[in-house]
Design a protein around this ligand. Structure first.
Ligand SMILES: [Fe+2]
Length: 240
């Protein structure tokens, strides 16, 4: 069960606008939120998740000092990525032992695209996939993933209330030019996963985490594109 902690969704008290003596002093407000953001959640079967966890620990141990396969993602050295190098030919998903996980995250992605958004997607391409290893004190500022439709994070080694939950920020799309009301309240929602949980979301949605309280917050992140984009200007993706 995912625990959703919704932060700062409060509304301001009814406020006073200039009014005539005969007017009621307050405006009555009803706000209905529609079209909520849809975060998918899937659970990797227990018999597979333990094996995958051992494999990820082995990879981290093997490549932690090899800069061809690992890189620091922050200035403080709290967060290390594995298999995230642009010029790396070998994909993490091609690593021996990832076959079941590769197939499962594809099936989850197709299910999420079709049953959440009502699409008719036959197949997907996992365009990037990498391991994150965050130590105590680490964090990742809110960000989103470009050139991708769906993004996901699978939690390999995760202890609730010790490792940082994933925080999602309310999406704002800024065109050029765009209008602004000035500073508006930022709204965030935390999702506390379990070990073996996969979360999926639309790639433009901002996400990150704060104040990780213990070492070895290990996860696998990836980006997904439908293999075929439909329509008269559609196209088919073929991964090299
Ligand atoms: Fe991310």
């Amino acid at each position: 069960m995912i625990n959703n902690h919704i932060y700062d969704y409060g509304m301001a008290s009814p406020f006073i606008i200039s009014y005539q003596d005969s007017d009621p002093p307050q405006v009555e407000r009803t706000v209905t939120e529609i079209f909520p953001v849809k975060i998918g959640s899937y659970n990797f079967p227990c018999k597979h998740k333990t094996r995958l966890k051992h494999l990820c620990f082995d990879i981290i141990d093997k490549y932690k000092n090899n800069r061809d396969y690992s890189c620091q993602n922050d200035d403080n050295g709290y967060l290390t990525h594995y298999f995230d190098q642009k010029d790396l030919v070998q994909s993490l998903l091609d690593y021996p032992g990832f076959e079941t996980f590769n197939s499962w995250i594809k099936r989850c992605s197709i299910d999420y695209i079709n049953n959440t958004f009502g699409c008719d997607c036959d197949n997907v391409v996992i365009v990037q996939c990498w391991i994150n290893d965050c130590s105590k004190g680490g964090s990742q500022p809110l960000h989103n993933h470009m050139n991708s439709l769906i993004s996901g994070t699978y939690f390999v080694n995760y202890t609730p209330e010790m490792h940082a939950p994933l925080t999602f920020g309310e999406s704002t799309i800024m065109g050029t030019p765009y209008l602004s009301l000035g500073h508006t309240r930022d709204r965030f929602a935390n999702i506390e996963p379990y070990e073996g949980t996969l979360l999926l979301w639309e790639s433009h949605i901002k996400h990150g985490y704060q104040s990780n309280n213990t070492d070895k917050r290990i996860s696998i992140s990836f980006n997904v594109m439908p293999e075929t984009l439909p329509g008269i200007y559609g196209f088919k993706l073929i991964k090299k």
